[in-house]
Design a protein. Structure first.
Length: 278
């Protein structure tokens, strides 16, 4: 394809969609200041309609072995980027990268203008992509943010995956419908490291949602809407919990009702996440 016949990258759906979603997340309070990050695996043929894939602006060291994604192209948010600015200035706040053949570098194909770098959580994103692809070969999106109520809940709720998930299931009818596979949990860890990336990726083999205690959440999905929808559903359930946890509970969705709902919808839900009957 001749460069002159290429479409404008600023009209690419993977650029415009990430800008709209990032703006929504900022307005919801999920991503204050420069918090949060997004990465999406892109189809090479689609990207080639907008970019000359032979041209590499520069190479960026990844800091670990990512050769399982060698040759794969991703769009990622920039380190220090403000989600509220992505839609208006995408070339400064986004980057399109390709993992090098040896898996040690990110080849910058577009964006990160002004010498920017990919998100500092890139290791966690790439490792999580690898894990999710092993569970679902159509998974494309990894999304990290700081929803207020989920964050608050980790300060006052027991940090046990089964109990945490069960509580969220009981807060909203939709919860078990949207994340029947449950939610993974990690203790507080230093962010931006390979260690937290490895721990998150291990959880991502089993869960599409992983909460970082006292920090935020990671969500995954086949589309940006799916990953975002998982997070906003869990956040709504956490909000109901935080609004009611200090009050006497007069009513609840019982375990029998939750199981009946899940089975009526033929959901593959985590039966082991219900309290054992005495």
């Amino acid at each position: 394809m001749k460069i002159s016949s290429m479409k404008s990258i600023f009209t690419a759906p993977f650029v415009t969609e990430i800008g709209k979603t990032a703006g929504n997340m900022y307005r919801l309070g999920y991503d204050e200041r420069n918090s949060g990050n997004i990465s999406i695996l892109l189809d090479e043929n689609m990207v080639s309609e907008y970019l000359d894939l032979r041209f590499v602006k520069r190479e960026i060291e990844i800091g670990f072995d990512a050769k399982e994604l060698a040759g794969k192209i991703l769009i990622v948010t920039a380190s220090g980027s403000y989600f509220k600015n992505i839609q208006s200035t995408p070339a400064e706040n986004l980057g399109i990268i390709r993992i090098s053949a040896d898996g040690s570098k990110a080849e910058l194909l577009w964006g990160l203008n002004g010498g920017g770098k990919p998100t500092s959580e890139l290791p966690a994103h790439i490792m999580s992509h690898i894990s999710r692809l092993s569970a679902d070969h159509d998974n494309k999106v990894i999304l990290h943010c700081h929803p207020t109520n989920l964050l608050a809940m980790t300060f006052v709720h027991e940090l046990d995956e089964k109990k945490f998930t069960h509580t969220l299931w009981q807060m909203c009818t939709e919860s078990i419908m949207i994340f029947p596979d449950g939610i993974g949990l990690l203790p507080w860890m230093v962010c931006g490291t390979n260690e937290i990336g490895e721990a998150t990726a291990e959880k991502m083999r089993e869960f599409r949602l992983v909460v970082w205690a006292m920090h935020g959440i990671y969500g995954s999905g086949r589309t940006l809407d799916e990953a975002f929808g998982l997070i906003e559903t869990a956040e709504k359930a956490a909000q109901v919990y935080m609004l009611t946890a200090h009050l006497p509970r007069l009513n609840t969705i019982t375990d029998e009702q939750l199981k009946s709902l899940a089975e009526s919808l033929n959901l593959n839900y985590r039966k082991d996440f219900f309290p054992k009957q005495k």
